[in-house]
Design a protein around this ligand. Structure first.
Ligand code: ADP
Ligand code: MG
Length: 230
């Protein structure tokens, strides 16, 4: 389980202070897919950046399986290691490397983690097959549709079998039918690999594909996490 307590984040914009998160508490059950819901400006990306160890300048504590995460919460080197080994990221605009093929994009986390080139090819190909892109492994991003690009990004986020994937509005650039397919692929693969997903969305229809929802409003949790039957 991942738990976070008293998370506060203030941005300083010139002389103006923006309280993006105000003592936010919550928990995420391992292996589940949690929607982080709320309107634009409610603090979703801020909380995801903190949980994804992209922003370490905040107040409060995060624990994973009862231990501080990272063990030394302000150690940037440990955070970088955790990001590389334990975390995966999916973004609204896919963020694929345009000059790399789908296979090279997906293999990239394996390169960073020191896998042999043979392992890189085998694992990345396998993951692309799992997202239904076995016939597109040598395509570059601009030769793929938006939905296909996001499936490449999902394969890249999962190829090193991270324990947590952070997805910030992963369906916001897709039409609603493609969005549903993409979210269902994330959910199915998350369950298969045992990865926890936290997915920010301002679209409540997408949130209903998730196991539970954390609602944010103006930097606070608007009510207890609601459980949906799936
Ligand atoms: P969401 O992802 O739900 O749209 P954000 O986490 O991006 O919300 O933003 C929460 C609040 O923090 C908003 O008021 C936003 O304007 C502000 N904010 C976000 N990033 C910054 C930043 N880098 N500098 C100043 N204010 C920011
Ligand atoms: Mg956002």
């Amino acid at each position: 389980m991942i738990s976070f307590k008293g998370i506060e984040k203030t941005y300083q914009l010139g002389s103006q202070r923006v309280e993006a998160l105000k003592k936010v508490d919550g928990f995420i059950i391992k292996g589940s897919m949690v929607a982080l819901c709320g309107p634009s400006g409610s603090g979703k990306s801020t909380l995801l950046d903190i949980l994804g160890l992209l922003d370490m300048d905040y107040q409060g504590e995060i624990k994973m399986d009862g231990e501080f995460y990272p063990k030394d919460p302000k150690d940037p080197i440990e955070a970088a290691k955790l990001r590389r080994h334990q975390l995966g990221f999916v973004f609204q605009r896919f963020n694929l490397v345009p000059v790399m093929t789908a296979l090279e994009n997906v293999a990239y986390p394996l390169v960073l983690n020191g896998y042999s080139s043979k392992e890189q090819t085998i694992l990345a190909t396998e993951m692309l097959e799992k997202v239904g892109l076995g016939d597109f492994i040598h395509h570059r991003p601009d030769n793929l549709s938006g939905g296909q690009q996001q499936r490449v990004a999902i394969a890249r986020a999962l190829v090193h079998k991270p324990s947590l994937v952070i997805a910030d509005e992963p369906t916001a650039s897709l039409d609603s039918q493609t969005a549903e397919t993409v979210i269902d692929i994330m959910k199915a693969l998350g369950k298969e690999i045992g990865t926890t997903f936290i997915v920010a969305t301002h679209d409540y229809r997408m949130a209903q594909h998730c196991d539970t929802c954390i609602n944010l409003l103006d930097g606070t949790i608007s009510k207890e996490a609601v459980s949906w039957e799936s």
